[in-house]
Design a binder for this molecule. Sequence first.
Ligand code: SF4
Ligand code: SF4
Ligand code: SF4
Length: 180
Amino acid sequence: MAHYGMLIDLTMCAQCSACTVACQTLYDRPPDQSGVYLLTYETGTFPAVKRTTLPVQCMQCQNPPCVSVCPTGASYRDSATGTVQIDASRCIGCRYCIAACPYGARQYSSTTGVVTKCTFCIGRVADGLEPACVETCIGHARVFGDLDDPGSDVNRAAAERHAVALRSDLGTRPSVYYAS
Ligand code: SF4
Ligand code: SF4
Ligand code: SF4
């Protein structure tokens, strides 16, 4: 039993999109779809403007609204890994989960008629590998591991870098944390 999570350190992110491309390539997703996307936004008033890029993906919520709205049970939280997964064979493409996800993490494929998202590369993890976005990250901005293990790299890095979850006020209890 584990509770997998990830830290993304924005101070180390090179905004290169390698994570997006790695996910697209590994899962044969079309160019306009990926489990990871880069959200860019600006803050401040000209000329004191700051541009920030935020890599966003499924937050692997512990209280996931996408699961509670799914009418078929296709979306579920896997208790063995603490991740949220989609059983494509049960997905009817209703897209309720897309509407329910506050992080824009899900995408509908008109080719397959089902919804996809980041899976934390759980198949690779079962084989002892890291998620593709972690392995490919040229800035070493990503740390993956078991949040239930107090000594794991992800727990240590999150504590040292004072990492926070996105929109924790929503009560979704994300498993992805950000340092900035
Ligand atoms: S980020 Fe969205 S898709 Fe992922 S578990 Fe949370 S609500 Fe579901
Ligand atoms: S699109 Fe699929 S996974 Fe999403 S709510 Fe509908 S049945 Fe569930
Ligand atoms: S691969 Fe790493 S450095 Fe590049 S955009 Fe993704 S998180 Fe940032």
